[in-house]
Ligand binder design. Structure first.
Ligand code: 3HC
Length: 311
């Protein structure tokens, strides 16, 4: 019977079908989805911190309003994704406990500091740009709730990327000091953005299985290359330089060749030794503890409201 259900599952995935919460699925499929969706959700929530640092320091009301809208979107993305994870039988409280205990990850990129206002632009252009390159294929992921969450998230990410690009464009065409600030931010965010796509394919523990299950539609290196090919012409129109002297167009590959990534830095960040790991997790735990009263109030209201409905 189990074999029959496995055959049915595999046929559905192979036919580019959608696996829905009530469908039978291998435990390992469920487990890797919980792992990836939870870590994706955690990334959205932790990712609010670097930019929030600049909400009170935005140079104009317009920039402040845009940044507040973006950070608020990230919170919403986190909630969609915790909701998608809960369709797999886990509870967001337990996922957050794992995040706080360092037993579940969030994206390496958020362990870097936002030192100047230009970082807000570099994050929008590069980090949200990388997120879009990674997330558009996830709209075709085999697990229904995750793929559907991605459709709405990708639409909002395009606004995130666009506002970051426009912010950098304004700086890069401003005073000498503003241009220098924009270039410095790109210098600091370029390589960590390439690391967002994960380790090289031949060192990726999950890629083969995730691609067989059509969770991952393209490999880490494929999406990284796609991102580099998108960014090079954009950097040119920004009038900013990407900090890679080995960048050059490769006619026969039809792609941009680029320099070596420092994977020891990546492993250090994943081990918790990045510039901001401790600060990010400490701030998250504090926010969670200080927000306990909101959760209790919402739960009390829901319980009271439910009783009223049942009357
Ligand atoms: N940061 C932290 N951990 C990473 C990582 C990164 N950038 N890249 C890989 N890893 C971890 C993996 O989680 C895995 O560890 P684990 O077994 O403990 O989970 C290990 O490194 C091996 O990597 P694999 O390539 O084998 O792992 P995956 O198959 O899961 O691929 C991934 C990694 C491409 C990030 C994939 O998980 C994925 O596509 N996730 C969904 C997208 C996502 O999480 N994006 C976060 C970006 S930030 C964001 O979206 C917010 C936006 O608003 C800016």
């Amino acid at each position: 019977d189990e074999d029959f259900r496995l055959t049915e599952f595999e046929a559905e995935v192979a036919a580019d079908g959608r696996i829905e919460p009530r469908d039978w699925m291998p435990d390992a499929y469920r487990a890797t989805l919980v792992r990836q969706i939870a870590q994706h959700a955690h990334s959205e929530i932790i990712g609010m911190q670097p930019e929030a640092n600049w909400i009170t320091r935005a140079p104009s009301l317009r920039r402040k309003a845009i940044l507040m809208a973006k950070v608020q979107d990230e919170a919403g993305h986190g909630l969609y994704l915790y909701g998608a994870a809960e369709t797999l039988g886990v509870d967001r409280a337990e996922l957050l406990d794992k995040l706080h205990a360092g037993r579940q990850r969030y994206s390496s990129i958020f362990n870097y500091p936002t030192l100047t206002w230009a970082d807000v632009g570099a994050i929008g252009w590069l980090v949200d740009g990388a997120a879009i390159t990674n997330q558009v294929p996830l709209c075709r992921c085999s697990y229904g709730p995750y793929a559907r969450a991605m459709v709405r998230i990708c639409k909002e990410e395009s606004f995130h990327q666009r506002q970051g690009y426009e912010l950098l464009y304004a700086l890069a065409h401003g005073t000498q000091a503003q241009r220098a600030m924009a270039q410095d931010a790109v210098d600091r965010w370029w390589w960590p953005s390439l690391m967002m796509f994960g380790p090289p394919d031949d060192e990726s523990a999950h890629s083969a299985q995730s691609m067989a299950w059509r969770i991952k539609r393209h490999s880490n290196d494929e999406l990284r290359q796609r991102f580099v090919d998108i960014c090079v012409p954009q950097a040119e129109s920004l009038g900013l330089r990407l900090p890679d002297p080995e960048l050059r167009w490769n006619e026969e590959r039809g792609h941009w060749d680029f320099g070596a990534i420092d994977w020891t830095e990546f492993q250090q960040v994943l081990r918790g030794n990045g510039p901001c790991n401790e600060q990010r997790l400490a701030q998250r735990v504090t926010a969670h503890e200080e927000g306990a009263w909101v959760r209790e109030a919402a739960a009390a209201y829901a319980a009271k409201h439910r009783d009223e409905q049942e009357v």
